[in-house]
Write a protein that binds this ligand. Structure first.
Ligand SMILES: Cc1cc2nc3c(=O)[nH]c(=O)nc-3n(C[C@H](O)[C@H](O)[C@H](O)COP(=O)(O)OP(=O)(O)OC[C@H]3O[C@@H](n4cnc5c(N)ncnc54)[C@H](O)[C@@H]3O)c2cc1C
Length: 145
C-alpha cells in the first residue's frame, strides 16, 4: 500500500468531533498504523510515499518518498487505484487566505483547532453534512457565526 500522507486509516467521521471536544483523545482517530496492518494482514504499507507514475507495459509504479525525495519502482501484478477525492476549493478571490480551511485529514483538523482557538466568529461555506457537523462542533466550543 502506497500512501502519501503520514497516516493510514484514520476515522474521518470523527474529525469534527475532535475539534468540538466530543472525542477528546486525538489518538482515538488513528485506527490503524503501518505496523498494525503488517501484523494483522501482512501488508507492506509505505506512508509519506507518493505514486507519481504508472508504467503499464512493465507493470510498475514509480513512487517518491516525501521524506527525502528518493524515487523507486514497485512491481505489481494487479493495481488498485484508491486515491480518494479532495475538497473542492472553488477559484474564488481570497480562497488562498491562510484563514480559509478545508477539513479532510488529521493535519487539517489540527490546523483548524489551533486557528479556532484564536477567533470568535467562523463562517462555513457548504451546508452539507461536514459543514453542519462543523457548525455544531464550533458552536459547542463557543464560536459564533
Ligand atoms: C470530515 C469528514 C467527515 C466524514 N464523515 C463521514 C461519515 O460520518 N460517514 C461516512 O460514511 N463518510 C464520512 N466521510 C467520508 C469518508 O471519509 C470518505 O468517503 C472516505 O474516506 C473515502 O475513502 P477513500 O479510500 O475513497 O479515500 P480517502 O479516505 O481520501 O483515501 C485516499 C488516500 O489516497 C491517498 N493518495 C491520493 N493520491 C495518492 C498518490 N498519488 N500517492 C499515494 N497516496 C495517494 C490520500 O493521501 C488518501 O489518504 C467523511 C469525510 C470527511 C472529510
Amino acid at each position: 500500500m502506497i500512501e502519501r500522507g503520514p497516516d493510514v486509516s484514520f476515522a474521518n467521521c470523527g474529525l469534527p468531533y475532535q475539534i468540538g471536544g466530543e472525542i477528546p483523545d486525538r489518538a482515538e482517530l488513528a485506527i490503524q498504523t503501518p505496523e498494525s496492518l503488517r501484523a494483522l494482514l501482512n501488508l507492506d504499507v509505505r506512508t509519506l510515499t507518493e505514486a507519481v507514475a504508472i508504467n503499464r507495459a512493465n507493470k510498475q509504479v514509480r513512487v517518491r518518498s516525501l521524506a527525502d525525495g528518493a524515487e523507486s519502482v514497485i512491481a505489481y501484478d494487479n493495481l488498485i487505484l484508491a486515491p480518494g477525492a479532495g475538497p473542492l476549493r472553488p477559484p474564488l478571490p481570497g480562497i488562498d487566505s491562510p484563514l480559509v480551511h478545508t477539513l479532510q485529514n488529521l493535519h487539517d483538523m489540527d490546523r483548524i483547532k489551533s486557528a479556532a482557538a484564536a477567533v470568535d466568529h467562523v463562517a462555513i461555506i457548504g451546508a452539507g453534512f461536514i459543514g453542519l457537523e462543523m457548525a455544531e462542533q464550533l458552536h459547542a466550543i463557543g464560536k459564533k457565526s
